[in-house]
Structure formats: structure tokens, C-alpha cells
Ligand binder design. Structure first.
Ligand SMILES: *Cc1c(COP(=O)(O)O)cnc(C)c1O
Length: 386
């Protein structure tokens, strides 16, 4: 009889010691509402952690992005530029607002938005007399995009920047926290993220009027009146007080979660980086990556094995490995949208998608579990060489 080994997830939730106590507190004080002391405290604590003057707690990262895009005034007839190599939730809110996304390729050094492609896109848009209403810059897999040239370009063209920092809470760029460099930044506390509230998000900005407006829109846009008075279209996007309690507990262990994920990455690197044809996503010199997910590319011409084959072999061994995000310009939903590659005729994100994969990277991954992943990859590669 063979014993099936336990399933190793890509990025499972990892609770600390305080979350239970925080939930108890919400229950015993009867603050089971989308307002309450944990919500206020969680906002203050995130503000302090990332060094942003304002923060609004919301019920998902997607909701936070939707409000951020609305707050730039983007609507029907407008364009919004967005990183192509990302999860669909970066781009969908552009459509919720009725605007049209234009997708921008990655550059090879960080896998994030290519400043060269962004420059061509902004230049073309200006020539056509349709300067975008906003740029959504994604910080992929725990690493910041190269924000300095991106901010300079957007400043030059007068376009506000929204940072989708859903995957990069705790990362920094030249000493500044990811999410605090553009006009607005967005974090996610979905179950797969580095810390989680099971579901939740946060919008941060140094512009307190924007944060206040986000809170107003997120709570059904109730005008100040004793009856229910509405002059704007609102949403039900606030984070519940119970979940904010979980977030407060999780925030206390964020730093140790970052260290754990970076350690996971280092173990993969020391075990696998000597293999020809394997390349780990580089850590750009301008800041700390959290290594939320360990990502790498496999050159099948050298290894004899595709990334897809490694993913299948992993699944056979109860290991969840995944391809790199499928770029938005390749999605059926967005196939008709404009796309600006890194160089004319040179799409970096297409290559990353074709050759890339993400390995189990949870902060609770044990060394034995990680060894199983490493052995599985090594065996798959050496099988190809026989
Ligand atoms: C997870 C994620 C989101 C969405 O966050 P939710 O809280 O799940 O709505 C947005 N963008 C990126 C890049 C993400 O990884």
C-alpha cells in the first residue's frame, strides 16, 4: 500500500497567535459590523507600517482598485494603461469603470512594467490626443516595478499612478514601501496573499481627501442627513470589523512571513540554480522583494523539459505549481485591446508566460515539504536526460 503524500499548496494562509484573540474581542464587544474599532485600528496600523498618511479598509483588493480607478475620474471613452503580466483583477476594474485598458509589457529585469513600453504608449496616446486617465502599475510576485522612470514619465504626461501592490505588501523601492509611491496604492488580504483576512483589501494614499472619498463610496455613498440621502452611486465595499481583527493579528507577523518566504526562495535557489536552463526571477537592485512566490523560467531547449511538464509532474506528486500569470493581452476577454511590447516586435511577457512557473512558497512550508518539491523537479529534469 502506498501512502499518498500530503498536498503542498502554492501559498496557503498562515495564522499567527493573535488572530483568535482579535476575533474574540470583536465577538464579545458585539462589533460584528463593517465598522468598528478593529477597522479603524487596522487602517492606522497599515498606514504606520507602510508610511502612508491615509488608508481605507475594503472588502477586497479588487474593490480597492475599482475605487482607485473611479477616483481618477476614468470612465467611458477613457483609456487606462495597465501591466499586462498580472492577475485579471488588476485590469477588470478598468472595465467596471467603463474605461478601456491598454496593456503594457514587462521588462526582463523585474518582470514588471517596462518603462520603455510605457514611454512609447504615452507618446502615442498624446499624439492621438487621448492621454490615459491613469496607469495601473503591478508589483508582481512581491517585487516592485522600477518606479522612478515610471513616475517621471507619468509626471511628464500628467497621468496619475495607481500601484497594484496586492502581491507586494512589505516590499520596498529605494527605501519606500510598495504602494506609497503613486497617487494611490492597493493591497489585498485574499487567502493566498502574504498576510490574509480570508478576504479583504486596503487603499492607501497621501491624499487624505481621496482616502475619505474612498470610505464614503465604499459605504453606499450616504450623504450627511438623518434620512438616507444619496447624490452619488455608492458601493458596499467596506471591510468587516471581524476580518479587520484577523488583519491586525496578521500584520504583527508580516515581517516574519517575509523572512520565511525569502528563506524558501533561497533554498530553491541553492538547490536548483546550478542547473543549466533554469533561471530564477531576478531581484532588482533597487529594493527588497518579499519573494511572495518563487518564480523561475525553464528553457526547454536546454533542459529538455518544459515548464508545463514540471507543473504536471508536480501535480502527480500532490504539489501545486502554477504557470506564471497569463498576460492580459493574450486573454480572450482582452484580446481586442491595444498592447505595447517592451521593444517593437519583442514581447517579454509572452516569453515569461511560455517558460515560467511558480513554486510552492508559503511561509509555513516545511523543509521536508520543500525537499519533496526540489526532488520532484530534479527527477523530472534528470528523467529527460536519460
Ligand atoms: C490578488 C490580486 C488582486 C485582487 O485582490 P483580491 O483581494 O483578491 O480582490 C489584484 N491584483 C493582483 C496582482 C493580485 O494578485
Amino acid at each position: 500500500m502506498t501512502v499518498t503524500p500530503s498536498y503542498i499548496y502554492l501559498s496557503p494562509p498562515h495564522l499567527g497567535d493573535k488572530e483568535r484573540q482579535m476575533i474574540e474581542e470583536a465577538l464579545t464587544t458585539n462589533w460584528i459590523a463593517p465598522v468598528g474599532p478593529h477597522v479603524d485600528q487596522f487602517e492606522r496600523e497599515i498606514s504606520a507600517y507602510v508610511g502612508s498618511p491615509g488608508a481605507a479598509a475594503l472588502n477586497s483588493g479588487t474593490a480597492a482598485l475599482h475605487l482607485a480607478i473611479k477616483l481618477t475620474g476614468a470612465g467611458p471613452g477613457d483609456r487606462v494603461l495597465c501591466s499586462t503580466l498580472t492577475f485579471a483583477a488588476s485590469a477588470n476594474p478598468i472595465r467596471y469603470a467603463g474605461a478601456e485598458p491598454v496593456f503594457i509589457d514587462s521588462e526582463p529585469d523585474s518582470w514588471n512594467m517596462s518603462p520603455a513600453a510605457l514611454e512609447r504608449a504615452l507618446h502615442m496616446a498624446k499624439k492621438e490626443g487621448n492621454v490615459p486617465k491613469a496607469v495601473v502599475v503591478v508589483h508582481l510576485y512581491g517585487q516592485c516595478a522600477d518606479m522612478e522612470p515610471i513616475m517621471d514619465l507619468c509626471h511628464h504626461y500628467g497621468v496619475p499612478v495607481i500601484e497594484d501592490a496586492a502581491e507586494s505588501l512589505g516590499a520596498d523601492y529605494k527605501g519606500r514601501a510598495s504602494g506609497t509611491i503613486g497617487l494611490m496604492g492597493v493591497y489585498s488580504f485574499n487567502g493566498n496573499k502574504i498576510i490574509t483576512t480570508s478576504g479583504g483589501g486596503m487603499l492607501v494614499s497621501a491624499d487624505l481627501a481621496l482616502v475619505e472619498k474612498a470610505r464614503f463610496l465604499a459605504a453606499q455613498a450616504r450623504d450627511p442627513a438623518p434620512h438616507y440621502e444619496h447624490s452619488e452611486l455608492g458601493f458596499n465595499y467596506r471591510l468587516s470589523n471581524v476580518l479587520a481583527g484577523i488583519g491586525r493579528g496578521q500584520l504583527q507577523v508580516l515581517e516574519s512571513r517575509i523572512q520565511a518566504r525569502r528563506t524558501v526562495f533561497e533554498r530553491y535557489r541553492s538547490a536548483l540554480s546550478g542547473i543549466d536552463g533554469i533561471r530564477f526571477a531576478p531581484e532588482a537592485p533597487y529594493g527588497r522583494s518579499t519573494r511572495w512566490l518563487t518564480a523561475l523560467t525553464v528553457d526547454a531547449g536546454v533542459t529538455g523539459v518544459s515548464s508545463a511538464r514540471i507543473i504536471r509532474a508536480s501535480a502527480d506528486h500532490n504539489i501545486e505549481a502554477r504557470p506564471v500569470w497569463k498576460p492580459m493581452h493574450l486573454q480572450p476577454l482582452y484580446g481586442r485591446c491595444e498592447y505595447v511590447p517592451h521593444g517593437p516586435g519583442d514581447s517579454v511577457s509572452d516569453r515569461l508566460f511560455a517558460t515560467g512557473l511558480c513554486l510552492p512558497s508559503g511561509s509555513s512550508l516545511t523543509e521536508d515539504e520543500q525537499q519533496r518539491v526540489i526532488d520532484c523537479i530534479r527527477n523530472t529534469l534528470s528523467g529527460a536526460r536519460e
